[in-house]
Design a protein around this ligand. Structure first.
Ligand code: MG
Length: 248
């Protein structure tokens, strides 16, 4: 049971058969009382630090993608992988409560992928990422995208050991999303505003959505784009190439 939000984590499944974890710490999530929340997050931070060292030792850059369900994370990754290939080795860890649907969508691009199903859990944590990385065994110097479980609350609290955090919001979600979920947007290094091709059909002013992003997270890059039409994808690709340089 997650001590933060009370969601269940008992039946986490990582696809595959490799059992060599990045670290050996047990993951016995305590019950959800306030004192324990601090300990749970401190334990997660400790495991995240292990992940960060493990990734750095291999010259791997990991990005944590977070959003509501349906913002277009998997579609963004599919197009990004296609556009970066073959100049940069890319691998993906897919987090969903159930099914391997998104992992199969990523696999069709040719990129290595591991699916983590969290069951009733509403976020990935550092232990799950460690297990996913042990299974994925990403190439040294690669870029690893971590697609978190679709949820704008709990994923913001759990450091995974990533190099940067990407929050994706689509214009169909409304221009006030950053104001309603400031915790999530405040941890973003980049905010991708997706589905701008749908702006003519929704009651959202892009400039207001951008302003709301900047008011919550003034230091973040805000990148409006459309995965469908490709508009704005160059700025996203340029950010990836300049901010996540291969160190091998
Ligand atoms: Mg997805």
């Amino acid at each position: 049971m997650c001590g933060i939000c009370g969601c269940g984590e008992a039946d986490v499944r990582v696809e595959g058969h490799h059992q060599n974890a990045v670290h050996e710490h047990p993951h016995d999530s305590p019950p959800g009382v306030v004192e324990i929340e601090t300990a749970l997050l401190a334990k997660n931070d400790h495991l995240a630090a292990h992940n960060r060292t493990w990734l750095a030792d291999r010259g791997i850059v990991a990005l944590n993608l977070m959003s509501s369900p349906g913002s277009g994370k998997t579609s963004l990754l599919r197009r990004t992988i296609t556009e970066l290939s073959p100049s940069r080795p890319v691998a993906v860890i897919e987090g969903d409560q159930e099914t391997r649907i998104d992992a199969e969508r990523i696999r069709s691009t040719g990129a290595p992928v591991v699916q983590i199903n969290t069951g009733a859990g509403c976020h990935l944590d550092a232990d799950m990422l460690a297990r996913g990385l042990a299974e994925l065994r990403p190439q040294h110097g690669s870029l690893v995208f971590i697609e978190n479980v679709g949820n704008l609350v709990c994923p913001a609290l759990f450091d995974l050991g990533e190099a940067a955090r990407v929050v994706v919001v689509s214009v169909t979600e409304g221009e006030d999303k950053p104001l309603k979920y400031p915790q999530m947007f405040s941890v973003a290094d980049v905010v991708v505003i997706n589905k701008i091709d749908l702006l003519p059909y929704v009651d959202v002013r892009l400039e207001h959505l951008i302003d709301h992003c900047r008011s919550v997270t003034p230091g973040a890059q805000v990148l409006p784009l459309s995965v469908t039409t490709g508009e704005g994808m160059t700025a996203w690709r340029d950010w990836l190439l300049t901010s996540t340089p291969s160190t091998r």
